[in-house]
Design a protein around this ligand. Structure first.
Ligand code: SF4
Ligand code: SF4
Length: 151
């Protein structure tokens, strides 16, 4: 292993179940006399055997001045967190989008209001005697009928 770490098997705890042998991806563990033995040359230090051992019998260790000591914990992989700048930009986009939607809804409401006002002004209120109001198509029809009769 490159960083000097090796997998040390606590023989007193090992029951020889073979779980570590099964999970090792590089076949670096074998059972000898019903105890696990790690081939240090082949071991890549992946830690799969450590997790698989039900007895907690395998430990990553390093050799310091002829003594085996527990290997330092490997740092956990970094968790992605967006930078404050990215979070702020995202919030600004949401706010801007909401503002645009509000403006568009207001403009649409004003346009509809103006159209209704123009339509109301063009048709005028209905006459009380039942005659068509000014600008109504009915008035044009009366004038055409009178022209045909020569009035
Ligand atoms: S650390 Fe990985 S490569 Fe090394 S013996 Fe355990 S399972 Fe095999
Ligand atoms: S998994 Fe643990 S108890 Fe089982 S053989 Fe491997 S070291 Fe021994």
């Amino acid at each position: 292993m490159m960083d000097g770490q090796i997998m040390w098997v606590d023989i007193a705890r090992c029951t020889g179940c073979g779980a570590c042998v099964e999970v090792c991806p590089v076949e670096a563990i074998a059972l000898a006399d019903a105890k696990a033995r790690v081939d240090e040359e082949a071991c890549t230090g992946c830690g799969a055997c450590v997790d698989a051992c039900p007895e907690g019998a395998i430990h990553p260790v390093i050799m310091i001045q002829g003594e085996l000591v527990p290997a330092p914990e490997r740092p956990a992989p970094p968790v992605y967190r967006p930078s404050p700048l990215v979070e702020t930009a995202g919030a600004a986009v949401v706010v801007a989008g909401t503002g645009l939607l509000t403006k568009a809804a207001g403009a649409l409401a004003r346009a509809v209001g103006r159209w209704l006002m123009r339509r109301s002004a063009a048709t005028g209120p209905p006459a009380e005697d039942g005659a068509s109001p000014a600008g109504d198509r009915g008035g044009g029809g009366d004038r055409r009928r009178r022209r045909r009769r020569g009035q």
